[in-house]
Design a binder for this molecule. Structure first.
Ligand code: SAM
Length: 333
C-alpha cells in the first residue's frame, strides 16, 4: 500500500486538450506536470489539490490519488480495502459513492469491485454510502493494481458558479479556456465572439485578463473531507490581486435573449466593466475600436443544432466580415 504526504494528482482534460492543460499546469507552477491519457498528472499534497481546483481553467475534475494496493481476486480486494486508512481522508458523517473500473485484471467485474469497497468504507469507517453522494471515490483496477482516488472537485469544474443563464448549445467554460490558450491568448489582446450565446468565450477571456481565479465562487467536494482546513482554504481563495485589463472583450449575437443572458452572466462573474454585448447579425460584424486581437466563435453546427442546410449561408456570412474587417496578420481567428 502506498500513501504519503505527497501523492499523484490527476487533472482531467477534455479529449485532445491534454497538452494545453499541461501547459496551464506548468504556468501555474504545479510540480512535474506530465501528459497522460485523458489528462495531466502532477504531484503535491492537499493544498495543491485545492489550488488546482481554484486556479486551473482547463481542468474538468481534480482527482487525488490517495493510495494503491495489489488485488488478485475479490476476497483480497475486500481484505485490503478494509485495512485502507479511510478515516485519514473521509468523514464518518459525509456520504460517499464508489465508482470502479477494471482493465487487464483478474478482477473484471467493476460493479462487484465497487460493492466490496463501498462495504469496507461503510463497515470499517461507518460512513454512509449513497448513489447521489457529493464525495465520489474512484477505484481503478489495472493490471491487478487497485488505485484509489477521491474526486476532490465534486461538480464538474466548468461550473464556475456564475452562470445561471445558458442557451441551447453552450460551450463548457473549461473548453473555452483551452481553446483560448490554444490560440495563444494571454489576456493582453481584445477578443471578439460574433455568435456569443451565453458569452462563454468573452467572459472566460475577460476573467483571464483580470487574473480572476475560476473557482473563486463555488464549493468543492474537498471541503467535506477529513482534515480540511477551512481557514487555510479561505486564505488561498482570497489571495492574489485582481488586475484591470487594458483591453475590452466583445460579444454579439442575433438573438436578444442570448445578449441578455451574456450580459447578466458577465455581471455575475464580475467582468461587466470590460465586456460588452450587443444584438447583431454576424453579417454586420465590424472590428471594435482599439488594437487588433482574436476573433473566436463557436457557430451553430451539424446535428446538434438540427438542419445543416442553412449553415452554408451562415458560415459565408461569418467569413465575409472576418476577411474584410479583421485582416489576417493583425487579427487572429
Ligand atoms: C453554438 S451557439 C454559441 C454558444 C456559445 N459559445 C455559448 O457558450 O453559449 C451559436 C450562437 O450563434 C447565434 N447565431 C446563429 N446565427 C447567427 C447569426 N446569423 N448572427 C449572429 N448570431 C447567430 C445563435 O443565436 C447562438 O447563440
Amino acid at each position: 500500500m502506498t500513501s504519503g504526504t505527497d501523492f499523484e494528482i490527476f487533472l482531467m482534460a477534455p479529449p485532445g486538450f491534454e497538452t494545453e492543460l499541461c501547459a496551464e499546469a506548468r504556468a501555474r507552477s504545479f510540480t512535474s506536470p506530465k501528459v497522460v491519457a485523458g489528462g495531466v498528472v502532477v504531484t503535491g499534497g492537499w493544498p495543491e489539490v485545492w489550488r488546482a481546483n481554484l486556479e486551473l481553467r482547463g481542468c474538468g475534475h481534480v482527482l487525488a490519488r490517495i493510495g494503491s494496493f495489489r488485488a488478485m481476486h475479490l476476497a483480497q480486494l475486500d481484505k485490503r480495502a478494509r485495512k485502507f486508512p479511510w478515516g485519514t481522508f473521509l468523514r464518518k458523517d459525509v456520504p460517499v459513492h464508489v465508482e470502479a473500473s477494471c482493465t487487464r485484471s483478474r478482477i473484471y467485474h467493476s460493479a462487484a469491485a465497487a460493492q466490496r469497497i463501498s462495504k469496507a468504507i461503510a463497515e470499517e469507517l461507518g460512513a454512509p454510502v449513497k448513489p447521489d453522494a457529493s464525495v465520489v471515490i474512484k477505484v481503478r483496477i489495472e493490471d491487478d493494481l487497485c488505485t484509489i482516488s477521491i474526486d476532490s472537485s465534486g461538480e464538474s469544474l466548468h461550473k464556475r458558479g456564475h452562470k445561471e443563464a445558458v442557451g441551447k448549445a453552450p460551450m463548457r467554460e473549461t473548453l473555452a479556456a483551452l481553446f483560448l490558450r490554444r490560440c495563444g491568448f494571454d489576456g493582453t489582446e481584445p477578443v471578439v465572439d460574433p455568435m456569443c450565446g451565453s458569452g462563454t468565450f468573452v467572459i472566460e477571456a475577460a476573467e483571464m485578463a483580470a487574473g480572476l481565479k475560476p473557482g473563486r465562487s463555488r464549493r468543492f467536494a474537498f471541503e467535506m473531507l477529513a482534515g480540511f482546513d477551512a481557514a487555510q482554504w479561505e486564505g488561498m481563495r482570497r489571495s492574489g490581486d485582481v488586475l484591470q485589463p487594458k483591453v475590452s472583450f466583445f460579444g454579439s449575437d442575433r438573438d436578444a435573449g442570448a445578449v441578455r443572458m451574456a450580459t447578466e452572466n458577465a455581471q455575475r462573474s464580475g467582468v461587466a466593466a470590460f465586456t460588452s454585448f450587443r444584438q447583431q447579425a454576424v453579417s454586420d460584424l465590424q472590428p471594435p475600436e482599439g488594437p487588433p486581437g482574436l476573433v473566436i466563435v463557436n457557430p451553430p453546427y451539424g446535428t446538434r443544432i438540427g438542419d445543416k442546410k442553412p449553415l452554408y449561408a451562415l458560415y459565408g456570412a461569418l467569413g465575409r466580415p472576418c476577411a474584410s474587417g479583421f485582416p489576417a496578420g493583425a487579427w487572429e481567428s
